[in-house]
Design a protein around this ligand. Sequence first.
Ligand SMILES: Cc1cc2nc3c(=O)[nH]c(=O)nc-3n(C[C@H](O)[C@H](O)[C@H](O)COP(=O)(O)O)c2cc1C
Length: 362
Amino acid sequence: MPTLFDPIQLGAVLCPNRIVMAPLTRGRATREHVPTELMAEYYRQRAGAGLIVTEATGMSRQGLGWPFAPGIWTEEQREAWKPVVEAVHEAGGRIFCQLWHMGRVVHPSFLGGEAPVSASATTAPYKAHTYEGRQLYAEARPLRLDEISGLLDDYARAAAYAIAAGFDGVQLHAANGYLIDQFLRDGTNLRDDDYGGSVENRIRLLVEATRAIADRVGPERTAVRLSPNSETQGCEDSDPEALFTAAASALAELGIAFLELREPGPEGTFGKSDVPPVGPAIRNVFPGPLILNSDFNLERAEAALEEERADAISFGRPFISNPDLPARLRGGIELAPDAMATWYSQGPEGYTDYPEAEVVAA
Ligand SMILES: Cc1cc2nc3c(=O)[nH]c(=O)nc-3n(C[C@H](O)[C@H](O)[C@H](O)COP(=O)(O)O)c2cc1C
């Protein structure tokens, strides 16, 4: 059985280990959502990952509502990603860009006062991060049928820009209560057209967006992230297993590079779930590479590979504070804790100033 330290082929990309860096929003781009030199340094430090998946990256103006998060819908953003990708490649790493449309959780202040779009006219709970502090979400406007082809074009263009910037592939963000997830789940999708109602209809946008991306950059450079079992940002489904196994089967037919699942473990410290993981059912219908996420440590990760529940494991918070995470896991070196206060702050503190283990030991 392979271990975390064995190579794996993920679509077009050969990864030297099975320790994937999970997508992590860090808010170090410019106010206009352009990647920065600091980001190049941050990702370069983490190039020891088998594969890096970038922080969620806006695929259109309409899709992005997070302060200082990067985008990839303008030529300026595309060009500014080049040194980031180059830094990772020069350090021997591989990197996919996570494509993000936030749907109803884009606050109107990012849209010149306009309402965000979603599957249906719903309002997200809690409060948005905005440039003017935390603010209540606004009711979304249901996406019109005649807007869908433009949305798919936006996904395809962002994917093409990512490849032009040098990325090894892209990951469609279909998890965590954002636009695609809002279409997937019957708690937020109240439509009665071809994109709502039955499971087949609710997975339609996911499948069409994945296909639009894969047609543009190749299925072997296209990945998808889902978060089947947990309620996130008010997004829930009455039967996650039926929904997400259908979604995974459809994605399998498209021959994508890999599928990543974010499901909190029973001891989850970051979002617990009282619904059992759908991962095992998905494993039965998705024959391609499957990456599992949330709350893994070395022991749990090795067990998941050993028991063939996953082909690779992605780590989120551990990569924030341990840039050399694969080396630490291999050497049994204690992991440094991360600090929530600097998750989304600006500047290098809590971002590029976590030392490597050798530096700590010296
Ligand atoms: C600061 C922070 C930012 C995150 N940003 C993203 C993101 O941009 N895209 C995404 O799909 N998940 C995001 N997540 C979720 C992580 O990818 C991951 O699922 C979560 O941290 C659980 O994995 P872990 O237990 O290994 O940390 C974020 C999590 C944290 C803590």
